[in-house]
Ligand binder design. Sequence first.
Ligand code: NAD
Length: 469
Amino acid sequence: METYESLLAAIVAETGDASTDPATDEVVGIAPARTPADLDRAVAAAHAAQPAWEALGHEKRSALLMDAADAVERSAAALAELISREQGKPLGGGAPSAMFEAGACAAWLRATASIELAPEVVIDDGETYATIEYKPVGVVGAIGPWNWPAMIAMWQIAPSLRMGNTVVVKPSEYTPLSVLALGAILGQVLPDGVVQVLSGGRELGAAFASHPGFGKIMFTGSTGTGKAIARSAADHLARVTLELGGNDAGIVLPDVDPAAVAPGLFWGAFINTGQTCAALKRLYVHEDVYDAVCDALVEVAAGAPLGHGVDDGVQLGPLTTAQQFGVVDRLVEDAKKSGARILLGGDPDRDAPGNFYPATLVADIAADRPLVTEEQFGPALPIIKYRDIDKAVEQANSVGVGLGGSVWSADREKARAVAGRIQTGTVWINQHGAVHPFVPFGGVKNSGYGVEFGVDGLKAVAVPQVING
Ligand code: NAD
């Protein structure tokens, strides 16, 4: 079992790119700045390792992945401290925390290793006999964001390895250490070349997307970068899964108990200080319960302490990047100027160290303000009043992205009927953002294409082979 210090010492370099703590602006460690030549070497090593990894077969591979999950669990406390210091989320505590993220890496790997994917008989009617079986694509290139650095890397790594691929991972330049640490822990158990993590910036990401050695690119990040990756990957026809940005709407029906739904609404929006792809980013509340829901949200928000993630009792951390602080600040200032009512927050100390932005609730905001129409990816929730459910659904569907959404009601069937009209990859009822290793997850419209998780997620990192006859 590692300590935080020994885990960090195993991955940092003498020179490279400094990764800083978003709460203090202090350097956490130096990540190696890898080059396209390093990528060539890593892809060659991944190709060299792949045939033996595939040849192990599902059973032996799954057993090794279970051992790797045990190794992650043994180092979870050290990994969590690194995630908290580098990304900013609370180390422990009530809200999904860095301990949750590190633990989820182990749990996700175990669950994915346990999924069965047997050959299917497609037709057997006496004339035609055809089966379909899923084979590895070869080497997967995985590019990730900074908000849930280790967990999202694991979402890409686990199915890829399970299917017999080898993987080369490029973490975000803002959170390289968390993913390098995860790679180092997996490397204690898995054969050389099976998982490699290369840290570097956008140029390295671009080199990944255009590298002919990858049979598949798994990408999680912004819509703009996703489109650039799809264009580059087209040159060599690499398969691509794109998990991109979202602007999830929640619709609250008039029959809810405001106090009962408020904690779920609040944490659906403010999980990880709002820096979650499928967080609740716009809330539509029926006029009958509007004031009561606003009051109940203020009460929950006022009880969620903001601070340095490693300090006791903190539930909301800083924004991971100064750039994201700027986005949230711009959107809230625009809302204020437009005459929207700030119920709480909206008053950051811009001169203090770190990227702290307080939890902000914005009422009586017009539906066309950028805080509603753009992805804020931070702790500021616009609350829009509606009278007519058709209008609320129309507004929920009016944006260019379609990752998640939610409907809140005392009547499950009524909620499910509204859910079916929302144009997103997932719609939750009376909750927002829950993911499960067996339940497919993905976006529509500009939120991307392809799904992760479950059997469909395994098929996404494989190629089908039909044997007919
Ligand atoms: P980003 O697109 O700026 O960066 C993501 C990764 O892409 C980084 O590793 C970066 O170095 C790399 N990159 C940058 N330019 C590249 C290029 N031209 N070619 C290849 N790679 C390149 O995204 P971000 O700011 O790190 O993440 C936030 C965004 O990610 C938000 O929009 C959020 O909604 C989205 N997100 C989506 C999901 C999902 O599952 N759908 C999950 C988490 C985050």
